[in-house]
Design a protein around this ligand. Structure first.
Ligand SMILES: Nc1ncnc2c1ncn2[C@@H]1O[C@H](COP(=O)(O)OP(=O)(O)OP(=O)(O)O)[C@@H](O)[C@H]1O
Ligand SMILES: Cc1ncc(C[n+]2csc(CCO)c2C)c(N)n1
Length: 286
């Protein structure tokens, strides 16, 4: 499988030219703003915003968008398409502002589902062709805290990637349970659509079993990277393109992990027999 995890942060003209196909919908993504301070540079934020097809705020994520922008004139240029969540974090003034601008603000009360997942349901609603996995998810009564709605019962062959990818801004680096929950969402989405977590310092994707060719944009990401078998027992990986490449290397929590590795090339390959989280650092001067 081919990956370009940082492509959502590229300049919009480059993104449009290289990554978008109007015919297949390839390259289209929903930016979901989570409730964490938006600390990536304004240029990268703007790129992600402009490259996105839809922009949703998960509950208090709307406060973060509002606060990033300094004036109402500026806020008007960055109106999200939707604000959804249990609305326990959305500030009254922020809600009033976005309602006045015609942004749909929807309260969904469900104490088994994170506000991130409530926004993922919205992504499914925007996708014209729900996959088997998505249909099963939508009809499930419970939600993200339950592994029963996970997609492990779908085989690799049944995997069908929907058009709209998800880029979540702010899912890692805050509260540890929320960070782990964000990674859990990558697992939940794995059989359904591409998903990427972007925070001020890191880009995170989940690679399934198989061989992955990853193109890194070294103007945006690096030098450090990591391969982390978060929910896998013993995993065997082989890599190329890294400073510390490994061959048929067993990795697991409690034995050995490849963290603080370094990109030696913009082309990285990772072969793995079990899911691993791939993460690169966002360059601090960008
Ligand atoms: N401290 C945090 N660290 C990392 N991510 C967070 C944090 N707080 C919230 N998020 C993310 O932002 C989303 C929206 O957050 P929200 O404003 O609803 O806060 P919350 O009520 O604590 O979250 P939830 O209701 O989903 O548990 C959450 O679903 C989660 O993905
Ligand atoms: C086993 C279990 N653990 C935690 C929660 C709590 N929880 C998970 S998601 C969520 C919504 C937050 O807006 C809440 C309260 C639960 N329901 N079930």
């Amino acid at each position: 499988m081919n990956w370009q995890p940082s492509k959502c942060l590229e300049d919009p003209d480059v993104y449009q030219r290289r990554h978008i196909s109007e015919e297949t919908g390839e390259g289209k993504f929903v930016l979901i703003i989570l409730n964490q301070p938006i600390l990536i540079t304004r240029r990268l934020f703007d790129n992600a915003w402009r490259n996105a097809t839809y922009r949703f705020c998960a509950d208090g994520g709307a406060n973060r968008l509002y606060d990033l922008l300094e004036t109402d004139a500026e806020r008007k240029k960055y109106l999200p398409d939707y604000i959804r969540g249990d609305l326990d974090s959305l500030q009254d003034n922020v809600k009033a502002y976005y309602v006045s601008q015609g942004v749909p603000v929807e309260r969904v009360d469900n104490e088994d589902s994170t506000d991130f997942m409530k926004c993922i349901h919205l992504v499914r609603e925007r996708d014209s062709t729900p996959t088997k996995a998505a249909a099963a998810f939508s009809s499930a009564a419970g939600d993200v805290t339950s592994a029963t709605t996970g997609s492990s019962h779908y085989s690799q062959e049944e995997r069908q990637i929907n058009n709209l990818a998800v880029v979540a801004l702010g899912g890692t680096g805050g509260r540890f349970d929320q960070t782990m929950s964000s990674i859990h969402h990558l697992y939940l989405l794995y059989h359904e659509r591409h998903a990427t977590l972007v925070s001020d310092e890191s880009i995170v994707v989940l690679l399934g079993p198989g061989t992955h060719e990853i193109t890194c944009n070294l103007e945006i990401e690096g030098p450090t990277c990591g391969i982390i078998p978060i929910a896998s027992p013993e995993t065997v990986i082989t890599t190329s393109g890294l400073k510390w490449d490994v061959e048929n290397w067993k990795t697991a929590f409690g034995t050995q992990l490849s963290t603080s590795n370094v990109l030696a090339s913009s082309k990285v390959t990772i072969q793995t027999n079990a899911p691993v989280v791939w993460t690169t650092e966002i360059k601090s001067n960008k």
